[in-house]
Design a protein around this ligand. Structure first.
Ligand SMILES: [Zn+2]
Length: 386
């Protein structure tokens, strides 16, 4: 298949799907291919090269498919009934109160999320991963989750639900996926391959059947999902000799807090680009005509290491005696000292004084074109048009 319109559309759909469901692009591509009854995206491309074409109804079906939330990439091969049950489950977010604070609890892609005003807790599907507590408001302000008692209640609600979700997952999988046989052999819940030793493509961990089953097919070392667990280390040259057995065993060590608090308030990273952007915007505030606007847009602005900002303004586009008051005010707010300088460079249009006659760019363009027509030269195309 060449880069047809349909093909590009499919890639765009996969991208949207990957973003919406927090899965890797290649996984989304495979899922899209799966919807079209191909085992993988690579196989789909191969068929396309041989002339396979997507039907209009199939494309419509896919459009609908990507709009639905994905219960989990890991369940694409599930029974339709199981899938339907999960869709319903996802739609039923629970509402409730802890003390005076309202919360909402829902299951998204097998992770449990409980959230309220200024806080949220995510308990991952992976039993080996610890819950993440996010605080969004000021630490000193209203953030109920910082109260240990509240936190404990919220965590318990989310953990209880996570246990339920994991139980459902186990029920949907083959029995051999969660219970090793006497030889430690377990069955991968997606590929249905059986083995007593498994490999994680992410951390190169070597995992026993019992370990991977207990951890619901997430890598006990790095938390990679079941999609990244394989019975052969096909990506390794030395036949896994360099791989180390994974020792971490599910939930976090005792004694350490079994959750992590993350401050999610937006943080300002005032780098040079952002300072330059603010100062240039302020110069535009200071500009009262087109000449000065062009001067603001073409000004050289540099931030130096000693908390200073250097502004070079073109002589012909900015009056030498005019202080850029707004730019100075912005620099002061940012705690930067200003050094102003006049520079000489090639100006974009002749007769810079024309820009002082108006503050409208279209008006200026008209005057400038007229002047070129009368006293200079216009490009052929433009001259014909006039
Ligand atoms: Zn791993």
């Amino acid at each position: 298949m060449t880069e047809t319109k349909e093909f590009r559309r499919l890639k765009a759909l996969a991208k949207r799907y990957a973003r919406a469901n927090r899965i890797a692009q290649h996984q989304a591509l495979d899922l899209i291919a799966g919807e079209l009854d191909f085992p993988s995206w690579t196989k789909f491309i191969a068929a396309g090269k041989k002339g396979w074409q997507i039907a209009t109804e199939q494309m419509e079906g896919l459009e609908a498919f990507v709009k639905r939330p994905l219960p989990a990439a890991t369940f694409r091969n599930g029974e339709p009934e199981t899938m339907n049950r999960r869709f319903i489950y996802l739609e039923e977010a629970e509402q409730g109160m802890i003390g005076d604070h309202a919360y909402r609890l829902q299951v998204v892609l097998h992770d449990v999320i409980i959230a309220g005003e200024g806080w949220s807790i995510r308990v991952p599907e992976n039993p080996g991963a610890i819950p993440i507590v996010e605080t969004l408001t000021d630490q000193s302000g209203e953030c109920p989750v910082l109260d240990p008692e509240f936190l404990e209640t919220a965590l318990r609600l989310a953990r209880d639900r996570a246990a339920q979700v994991r139980a459902e997952i186990s029920t949907d999988w083959p029995r051999r996926s969660t219970k090793p046989d006497l030889g430690g052999v377990v069955r991968h819940p997606l590929s249905h391959v059986e083995s007593d030793v498994w490999f994680c493509v992410h951390c190169n961990g070597k995992i026993t059947g019992a370990q991977i089953a207990q951890n619901l097919w997430h890598c006990p070392c790095c938390g990679a999902s079941p999609l990244d667990i394989f019975d052969t280390p096909f990506w390794c040259d030395d036949g896994s000799k360099s791989f180390l057995p994974v020792t971490a065993d599910g939930p976090a060590d005792k004694g350490k807090p079994d959750f992590r608090i993350v401050d999610s308030r937006p943080k300002l990273d005032l780098n040079e680009d952002k300072v330059v952007l603010l100062v240039r915007s302020a110069l535009l505030d200071d500009a009262t005509n087109i000449s000065e606007k062009l001067g603001a847009l073409r000004a050289e602005i540099r931030v130096d290491d000693d908390n200073g900002v250097w502004i070079g303004l073109e002589e012909d586009l900015w009056p030498e005696d005019k202080d850029p008051a707004q730019a100075l005010a912005v620099a002061e707010l940012l705690g930067l000292e200003v050094e102003l300088e006049t520079i000489w460079s090639a100006i974009p249009f002749a007769w810079p004084g024309l820009g002082e006659l108006t503050s409208s760019t279209s008006e200026y363009t008209r005057i400038m074109l007229d002047a070129y027509e009368q006293y200079g030269g216009l490009p052929d195309k433009k001259a014909k048009a006039l």
